[in-house]
Design a protein around this ligand. Structure first.
Ligand code: ZN
Length: 476
């Protein structure tokens, strides 16, 4: 049975495709704590390996910190505590003994990491320090949960850095933006980079940069953040170093993270009514081989498929041959399409005779013959080509749904129809932001961090002087 079209009923499509394409199973005992199935987990593994590649080349190191955070740690930075406390899960009792001090299950790791940093950092020679942690995060959101979009337990990468001065920390912010661009580009995800308004800045940060993508239903999904923490945490956790000039100084800090939410973006941006379409680099199976057998020729076809499988494997391509006998080729085709395998190769008796095979692209549905001698090079060429097509499509989704809003009516109309992202002027007042959110459900995503833009008219809400060009959108 085909799926909904993601553009006509995204919500229904999304919940169906997750289970049918082996991404997430939500039939668990605790709401929002789901099973990441093999096809979803493979995308996460791919993201981790991409991050590791960039981290390694930029002097980051991976480490693992405890999940338990004493209450007193979270309380030290007041804003940080207030920001997280409504969602924190606490360990209050062990066996039958009540704990003297409650332990939080990490909602984020600043406090525990910085407690350690204070012990590790002594001199300017210890800086910069760049540590990344891959771990699970617990945030017991009491509202509605949605798999990968809003989970109570999820996986993420969080990198936390320390620097000698503000300028080195600023450079780190740029570096994190480049790293994330590398990851999003590899995933063929279209996105925009915003500096969040002060009322939407990470609890305890000087400012926050966020990466927003747009899903086909016109809602924004934040897929990563970078925070400039300044010295607010180093003051509280006493992270000091002896500088070259002989003075003891506090470090400047940054942190940045991305989570399994990114998987949702990959699925939503590239999927269709047949299921997933995975960027080749992130597909657990890049090529599926399907033998088309008829009684007489079965053995020869099977032999050829086995040979081809070995040839592709030897060339470093992740390939699977589907020899199952109790399924028709047609049934197999739909199943592999649902799973998002980028390329299918069919081999039948006629192909044997012609010394060729039949290629079928998942992204375009295009079918064509390829000579036996050119199979590997064609697969490698198509891996790049399919990635390019996916990125173009994702960019189109974004381009089609960015509108200039000159008046508040424009924004209201937009939010009631196609949704998407409205670009317009804002006076900077929290009051206007709050009213806009109450009346249209759209929040201010911030000013563009990747390009320079200046206000060109009055605030769309109060019509006083516009002080910044911002983007309005409903979000997940
Ligand atoms: Zn205003």
């Amino acid at each position: 049975m085909p799926l909904e079209n993601p553009k006509s009923d995204f919500s229904k499509w999304y919940s169906e495709v997750l289970l049918r394409a082996n991404v997430v199973d939500v039939r668990t005992p605790v709401k929002g704590a789901n099973v990441l199935l093999p096809n979803g987990y493979q995308i996460w593994e791919g993201i981790k390996s991409k991050l590791n590649y960039f981290f390694y080349n930029t002097g980051h190191q991976n480490a693992y910190f405890p999940i338990f955070i004493p209450e007193e740690f979270l309380e030290r930075e007041a804003e940080h505590f207030e920001g997280f406390v409504p969602e924190v899960a606490w360990v209050t009792q062990v066996g039958t003994t009540k704990l003297k001090q409650k332990l939080a299950l990490r909602p984020t790791s600043e406090t525990i990491m910085y407690h350690m940093y204070a012990q590790w950092i002594n001199s300017h020679a210890d800086l910069p320090l760049k540590v990344n942690q891959f771990c699970n995060i617990i945030r017991m959101d009491t509202g509605e949960t949605r798999p990968l979009l809003r989970d109570r337990e999820f996986q993420w990468s969080e990198a936390h850095t320390c620097h000698v001065d503000a300028s080195d920390a600023s450079k780190q912010i740029k570096e994190s933006m480049d790293i994330y661009q590398g990851v999003f580009d590899a995933l063929a995800i279209s996105y925009m980079t915003f500096r969040r308004p002060p009322h939407d800045t990470f609890a305890g940060a000087d400012y926050s940069i966020a990466y927003d993508t747009l899903l086909p239903d016109g809602r924004i999904l934040q897929i990563g953040t970078t925070h400039n923490l300044g010295q607010s945490f180093s003051k509280v956790f006493d992270i000091k170093f002896l500088d070259k000039d002989g003075e003891t100084k506090l470090v400047y800090q940054t942190c940045y993270g991305m989570s399994t939410r990114v998987i949702a973006a990959v699925i939503a941006l590239h999927g269709d009514d047949q299921g997933l379409i995975l960027p080749p680099e992130f597909a657990s199976t890049q090529v599926v081989l399907v033998p088309i057998t008829f009684k007489k020729s079965t053995e020869a076809v099977i032999d050829r498929v086995k040979e081809l499988e070995k040839e592709l494997m030897d060339a470093g391509i992740r390939v699977k041959a589907d020899f199952r006998e109790n399924y028709t080729p047609g049934w197999k085709f739909s199943e592999w399409e649902m799973l998002g395998v980028p390329l299918r190769i069919e081999v039948g008796p006629k192909d044997l005779k012609n010394k060729s095979v039949l290629f079928v692209r998942r992204d375009t549905g295009e079918k064509f013959s390829v000579k036996d001698s050119e199979v590997v090079s064609k697969v490698n060429e198509l891996k790049k080509e399919i990635h390019k097509v996916l990125l173009e499509r994702a960019n189109n989704i974004l381009d089609e749904l960015i509108f200039d809003v000159k008046t508040y009516d424009d924004l209201k109309k937009m939010m009631n129809t196609s949704r998407g992202i409205g670009r317009g002027n804002w006076c900077g007042s929290l009051n206007c932001a709050t009213k806009i959110k109450e009346e249209t459900k759209a929040t201010i995503r911030g000013t563009r961090e990747d390009i320079d833009e200046t206000p060109d008219g009055p605030c769309i809400y109060c019509e006083k002087k516009g002080t910044q060009m911002v983007y309005f959108a409903q979000s997940y």
